[in-house]
Design a protein around this ligand. Sequence first.
Ligand code: SAM
Ligand code: DTB
Ligand code: SF4
Length: 327
Amino acid sequence: MSTQEVEVRHDWSQPEVLELFELPFNELLFRAHQIHRLYFNPREIQISTLLSIKTGACPEDCKYCPQSVRYDTGLERESIMDVDAVLEAAGAAKAGGASRFCMGAAWRSPKDRDLDKVIEMIKGVRALGMETCVTLGMLKRQQAERLKDAGLDYYNHNLDTSPEYYKEVIKTRSYEDRLDTLENVRSAGLNVCCGGIVGMGETREDRAELIVQLANLPTHPQSVPVNNLVQVPGTPLDGVEAIDPLEFVRTIAIARIMMPASVVRLSAGRTEMNDEMQALCFFAGANSIFYGDKLLTTDNPEAERDMALLKRLGMETTAPAHAASAG
Ligand code: SAM
Ligand code: DTB
Ligand code: SF4
């Protein structure tokens, strides 16, 4: 098999993706791993560290999110961090081995004066020799261009789930709004980081449709975070039935098959996964993780435990580099 034989497609249909979901588990993993090896060194893993630069009191109503002002999750609201404190955290992440620093803000969309400060942060993190990513909510074209000019590498904005299930989860912004932001980010020439969350009570059809939506974008997102819902007391999705771990692995394998050149990140939810499950996800094609003791507001596995796991698996972390363009 060669990369020529594995076409990078943008015309997937839900029924054919459901057929992939129905494959025997080993058959699916074998196909995904074969494709993975065509595009990537299977020993390599990209690691990003997250920092919440503006926490809580978000006006949006995303039912999974501890930062929405509508749910009582006991989170203290904080104003935007000082640039120096952000750069200190980025320096520590770099010393710990992270190649990319991702800054997240609990905004519906940034105001222009917020962007001034974020731009200072991006320039400072870049000067440390790290790749930069921000996730700030909806973005206008001109704002995306300002971020590109500042040297930003990636913008994260997730589709979260299928268009149908989306309406059950978020009412304050539409799927179309998200697609518009992605278009603005793409046309500004930024790398797109876009994925979703599973384990929110969605059906297999919803999971298939989420990956169809991602793979049928005009270009595949360069980075695809697959989050397993972190259930936070006080959020409406707390207590929802968790996804079967093997169904989660299948979701990773199918993302790998359908977006062969994209980096697939095993994202939120790793604290609940054992080492064996994570190893299966890496075999299925995940080649990135969030690294560091915290995600934005919830826990992530301890950095030392992750380094020990990567060592046990014979995996190596990648150095910062501008991503090769995905198809
Ligand atoms: N406010 C911005 C936005 O929503 O675009 C940026 C930050 S927001 C926290 C970034 C992403 O984190 C969301 O799109 C969602 O996919 C993910 N996320 C939030 N809460 C989560 C949870 N409890 N479990 C898993 N993923 C979560
Ligand atoms: C993404 O897809 N997952 C990250 C990042 N992009 C910004 C966020 C996960 C957040 C989990 C809940 C929290 O820690 O607040
Ligand atoms: Fe706000 Fe983002 Fe959380 Fe939604 S996911 S409530 S937009 S911080």
